[in-house]
Write a protein that binds this ligand. Structure first.
Ligand code: NCD
Ligand code: ZN
Length: 352
């Protein structure tokens, strides 16, 4: 019997943390192997706030790429209350910067310089709306009175909805959606709103993190929610709806930083993202929609061409082992274990 294979257009990753320095060198080959392009998050220390910073960071990434790599990093700027609309415009029009990321101040890793008062950035948003530049949103409120499991739903009502009304044609990507509320909201919007979904939020709920002992490798932001929310995310991803696409939110932290009394948020998953996502689609009888989610919907929303390359997946007869932790000189980096059997592996990448 010949092995079952599936060939899809080369995917893109619409949300990834590549970091810098040694960590960048360790994780970049995994992104470069399976993805044509990736939207690179700007939350370095210090953050990537100006077009000139994005240019420097893009050069660092280019220098770390394997020889002959086709991979294209798409750069983002970290929105602050001091961001200059003219710099954003020039960055976009010159092709250096693809999008701007909004982190509510304090919402997640390295977000202290984020936005406290959204009205302070209205001049930037006005320019972005006019030139068709996407705003990428970390959709959680940071109000200490709001329960961490409710922060996404409250963000929609208190922050996102008013923003949508004020800037109806601004392209907004609601990043790493984790709730049914978020799915329902995105579905209720017109064509200018979309969302990324991560592999981990498609397979785990909060039990993975909290049952049978606390499991830091399942801690990320936004935190995984109840099963009812995970099911809504899976439905959105596998439905073929053009507003939902893959953003891995692969966010590597060395194991020692995660396995701590105050562990870092983030899951490193690009080494097995495509295996896992393909398995999710197979488990939901939706392999025919996989390519839309991984390779079409995001490019269309961003107004970019579909990748020329292809990726061949092969279904094995036995479940595959979770990739081994990476061993860096500073310590180990654990790869996401989806806690379910995964039979699909990337067999080949065909570049044009
Ligand atoms: C991200 C990181 O570590 O940079 N962590 C995470 O859990 N996703 C930050 C983020 O995207 O919120
Ligand atoms: Zn992220």
């Amino acid at each position: 019997m010949t092995a079952k294979t599936l060939t899809i257009t080369l995917p893109d990753d619409w949300h990834v943390h590549l970091r810098s320095g040694a960590l960048l060198n360790a994780v970049l080959p995994f992104s470069a192997r399976h993805f044509g392009r990736a939207i690179v998050m700007p939350n370095l220390q210090p953050p990537v706030v100006k077009t000139a910073d994005a240019l420097v960071y893009r050069q660092e990434i280019a220098a770390a790429l394997p020889a002959n790599s086709h991979f294209q990093p798409l750069m983002t700027l970290y929105l602050t209350e001091q961001t200059d609309p003219e710099d954003v415009k020039q960055g976009f029009l010159s092709g250096v910067v693809t999008a701007v990321k909004l982190y509510p101040a304090g919402a997640t890793t390295n977000s202290a310089a984020g936005v406290k008062n959204i009205e302070a950035v209205y001049p930037v948003l006005e320019v972005m709306e006019a030139i068709g530049m996407p705003l990428l949103v970390h959709g959680e409120v940071v109000d200490p009175e709001v329960d961490i499991f409710d922060r996404e739903a409250v963000f929609i009502e208190k922050k996102l909805q008013p923003l949508r009304v004020r800037f109806p044609k601004l392209k907004v990507v609601f990043e790493h959606l984790t709730t049914k509320d978020g799915v329902d909201y995105v579905k209720s919007c017109a064509q200018y709103t979309a969302a990324t979904l991560t592999p981990h939020h498609l397979v785990i709920n909060r039990n993975a993190m909290l049952v049978g002992g606390i499991k830091p490798h399942y801690y990320c932001l936004p935190v995984a929610k109840r099963e009812i929310h995970r099911l809504a995310l899976v439905e959105a991803a596998t439905s073929g709806d053009a507003r939902f696409f893959l953003g891995t939110d692969s966010a590597p932290h060395l194991d020692q930083a995660k396995l701590s009394a105050c562990g870092c948020a983030g899951i490193f998953n690009v080494a097995n993202t495509l295996s896992i996502v393909t398995q999710v689609f197979e488990n939901n009888n939706a392999l025919n929609q996989l390519e839309r989610f991984t390779s079409y919907n995001g490019a269309r929303f961003y107004g970019l061409p579909i990748n020329q390359g292809q990726l061949v997946l092969e279904r094995h007869n036995e479940p595959l082992p979770v990739p081994e932790a990476l061993s860096l000189s500073q310590g180990s980096l654990t790869v996401f274990d989806p806690l379910m059997p995964v039979y699909w592996a990337v067999k080949q990448v065909i570049t044009p």
